[in-house]
Structure formats: C-alpha cells, structure tokens
Design a protein around this ligand. Structure first.
Ligand SMILES: [Zn+2]
Ligand SMILES: [Zn+2]
Length: 113
C-alpha cells in the first residue's frame, strides 16, 4: 500500500518500531517529517511468523518504482517522463488529484482535474 504525505505529496516511507510484544508500523515523510500510523499498525501474535524484514520499505534499496509512467514535461528539470498516481485528497465527492513525480529529478507536483 503506497501513501503520500498530505502536506507536500512526497512518497511516505514505512518504518517499523519494535516494542516488547509487537511491531508498530509508521509512515513517515522524509521531506517534512510528517508521520502517520499504518493501518493495522499492530502486528498481532498470530501473525508473528511473518518476519518484519519482509515488510517492503518503499523506495529503499530499489531502483524499480512500481508506479506507472506518463509522458509529461517536468516543470523543474524539463525531463519528459514522470511517474503518476491518483489520490483522493478530501471527500469522495471531489475528483481525485493526479500527482506526478519526475523520473529524473524526483520533483513531485499535482494536477487538479
Ligand atoms: Zn511531507
Ligand atoms: Zn525533473
């Protein structure tokens, strides 16, 4: 599950915080420090056979980005390709916001449809 910072649209990374009897997962933004509790944040006892190391830390150590790409010009560096995704920002009544992330410089911007 991929999530984005509500403040600046950055890709949120997952980190696990170990407590005595469980592991908490938190999303955090590397840009502004925003944190958010992961849904199903508590890994319960029945699920302990799944090692924490299998939890994928998004964007770390991997060059492969799971997001689809689109031909669009980056407003920052002029690169012609960007990853894109849709995000429902406020209520379900409003159209989702389309986000773009430059494949070259990583600049992220949004477009209201
Ligand atoms: Zn942020
Ligand atoms: Zn760029």
């Amino acid at each position: 599950m991929v999530r984005f910072c509500p403040k600046d649209g950055s890709l949120l990374k997952l980190k696990s915080i170990k407590t005595d009897d469980s592991v908490m997962l938190m999303y955090f933004c590397q840009k502004c420090g925003y944190t958010e509790q992961y849904d199903n944040a508590q890994v319960h006892e029945e699920k302990q056979e799944e090692p924490v190391s299998q939890i994928k830390v998004i964007g770390e150590k991997e060059n492969v980005d799971p997001l689809p790409t689109i031909d669009i010009v980056c407003p920052k560096c002029g690169n012609k390709k960007a990853y894109w995704w849709m995000l429902q920002t406020r209520s379900a009544d409003e159209p989702p916001t389309q986000f773009f992330k430059c494949t070259k410089c990583g600049y992220t911007w949004r477009q209201y449809s």
